[in-house]
Design a binder for this molecule. Sequence first.
Ligand code: GLN
Length: 487
Amino acid sequence: MLNQLTISELTAKLARRDISARQATQACLDQIARVDGSIHAFISYNAADALAQADAADKAIAAGTTHAQKPLLGVPIAIKDVLAVKGQPLNCASKILGNFTSTYDATAIEKLKAAGAIVFGRCNMDEFAMGSSTENSAFGVTRNPWDVTRIPGGSSGGSAAAVAADECIASLGTDTGGSIRQPAALCGCVGMKPTYGRISRYGLVAFASSLDQIGPFTKDVRDAAILLGAMSGVDPRDSTSVAQPVPDYTQALTGDIRGLKIGLPKEYMIGGLDAEVKAAVDAAVKKYQELGAEIVEISLPHTDYAVAVYYIIATAEASANLARFDGIRYGARVEGADPIELYSKTRGAGFGDEVKRRIILGTYVLSSGYHDAYYLQAQKVRTLIRNDFLKAFEKVDAIVTPTTPTAAFKIGEKSGDPLQMYLSDIFTISCNIAGICGISIPCGFTKNPKLPIGLQLLGKPFGEETMLKLAHAYEQATPWHREKPPL
Ligand code: GLN
């Protein structure tokens, strides 16, 4: 089935004119019609627009445009509802944006379009990317394609479920504390958070600006390398994007990882780590040794503080970033007798509970009297966490950990207990705090029920090539990424 193809398989077929982009796009739309009633990966999508983009791609192919010129020509890619796509709705899964429509493309979207991609659909997410289960969406929960009574992870749960259920060829998400890697692990696909500054954040609605990065969800590691290459690069519209050369990341996928050193942090084998997850990660480490990599025990002593630091810095930044949703400039408005009443009524009605909790926490840690004790202290510990990684990377080329402590949990299981929910990101958060890159790849399944398990690889700042090389070598030596959910 065409909707099951990877980017590299699909573009090979398109280049040979075996199939058309319209057929591939129609196959994705048919799959959405068949399964999305039970998955709800999409908040909305415009089928006519997707097919029109597909026809334009077919025309370009017929006129002689090659995939060397436009590597994503004719590839349908779904987008998390936090990225601006000109002319499409942008809600961040929140009521507060009303019927807002983007007036411009995010830089990452502009680059995908320039590479020929068919950009379609608004993938469901936790409101403003705050959450780990996609239960915090104002548009209803997304369900895990492997077991529809379970969460797909979050906040990019819709993007992960859409790829896992073959409703698109690939998708985009964003990752502030794990929101790409965690849902990728729980849905059994590949999800990558690039180094901070690798991809421009222009046109990404900000949650925590010093942590947010855009990244791909794909069916294999090669596709992640392709999308990373297509989206990376410095952008004058995002001053935190970095002018680091953009290599052809697929060149790194040689399969030869002999002599590379992989760090195994002793702090990551924590209590609360599920026995089946631990067994799968242990087996993956063994596989790496068989493939010729050297495993080195390392220490990241400040890991214990990562979740606490994250929930101070992320909420502080969120409280500032979300101040702009005031009922005046964007989206929904609830009228009031004066501006203050208008603001508070609009924000009271427009934001969900978790977003309000974050704004209140963030305002508190920044308030005079508490700023030094919480925010400033967290910034200092952030530096210690980053230094732990930089020190470890003097000895190793990459670091391996589980992506999540458990496989997908039940819908409703943790939604009443924010602290339990926050702890589900324990392995992913420090990567954002340190600004390094990370990827989750499938590394097995739990037995009963059968649920995907993810392996996380962490790479040096701008060390995506080595990280992808290691991820790809493992993937090619194991069967996990080829398994499909029982839909
Ligand atoms: N789950 C984390 C949170 O709730 C991370 C979210 C994210 O990466 N966007 O903040």
